[in-house]
Write a protein that binds this ligand. Structure first.
Ligand SMILES: [Zn+2]
Length: 296
């Protein structure tokens, strides 16, 4: 093992595990390590803020993930071959900060992890970056068992609430209520590396209280998709002679305002054929398992 040189005068080495931490880490190592051989740091894995995709974890879900992520190893920049750049979570906790409200008015609550890695020449750069706050964005990969609408608590997609639309001052969003598995976690170096649509991440700090442009854009797209689906569905009821693909082609050519108008008209027309309860956003539920495993 290479000699450690990251000392400035009498400054103690950062990230040296306490005896208690060393004991917990010992459950995973095959030999005893001296504290100076290891580097520990705290990471925020995820929290209860509404994220850019209009989703958030419930506190119960964070508690479940806390149990699931103990012992899980992390990789860096999604590169499992990066030599010496492996780390393992040896302890987790869910920490609430009642003084800090989230963007939906709840006390900010985060799932924090204590992580250890080997101090080697290969990991020195990474440790420096963590210490300097350069490496702090983490993405987690887990399986979610149940997600519900934030407004009514019904299973997502089965109610008429519109994602992103404000109800009592809070945009309608998806609440993940149950986690069933934890796969991996990873430092991600460049925010742009985000795997579009499937990867979410929580930084070390909570996001701003106001939903960002990207968040609103995602919700806007979801709303538009739901409008199109509703337009097609109503068209098929109101005008049964029309094939589904014809209805889809028509809906694809309309802008949001035209779609809204079309849905209103078709609701009346369809209502004359069968009794309808005005419903928007009833996306077809194609089996629970479709969305049960994804990257956060
Ligand atoms: Zn709802």
């Amino acid at each position: 093992m290479e000699k450690l040189t990251k000392t400035q005068g009498s400054t103690p080495l950062p990230g040296v595990p306490t005896p208690e931490q060393l004991g917990k880490i010992g459950r995973y190592t095959r030999r005893a390590f001296a504290p100076e051989e290891l580097y520990v740091f705290t990471a925020v894995l995820c929290d209860n803020q509404i994220d850019r995709d209009g989703e958030r974890f419930s506190e119960d879900c964070l508690q479940q993930l806390a149990g699931l992520f103990v012992g899980v190893t992390g990789i860096f920049d999604h590169d499992p071959t990066a030599a010496g750049q492996h780390a393992r979570i040896f302890e987790t906790r869910v920490e609430a900060d009642p003084a800090q409200p989230t963007n939906c008015g709840q006390p900010y609550t985060a799932l924090k992890a204590e992580v250890y890695m080997l101090r080697t020449g290969a990991s020195q750069g990474l440790m420096d970056e963590i210490e300097a706050g350069i490496k702090k964005e983490i993405s987690i990969s887990c399986a979610i068992g149940r997600s519900v609408c934030s407004v009514c608590g019904e299973k997502m997609g089965s109610c008429s609430h519109i994602p992103g639309k404000e109800y009592a001052g809070v945009p309608c969003h998806i609440v993940h209520q149950a986690a069933t598995d934890a796969y991996e976690w990873s430092f991600v170096a460049v925010p742009a590396q985000r795997r579009a649509g499937v990867t979410k991440r929580a930084g070390s700090r909570p996001e701003a209280a106001v939903p960002g442009e990207a968040f609103l854009a995602v919700l806007g797209r979801k709303y538009l998709e739901q409008l199109r689906a509703e337009c097609v569905r109503l068209n098929c009821i109101a005008v049964p002679e029309l094939s589904r693909s014809q209805a889809e082609s028509m809906a694809a050519g309309l802008d949001p305002e035209e779609l809204e108008g079309c849905v209103r008209t078709l609701q009346k027309a369809a209502g004359r054929r069968i009794p309808l309860h005005p419903q928007l956003g009833a996306a077809p539920v194609s089996g629970e398992k479709d969305s049960s495993a994804f990257k956060i």
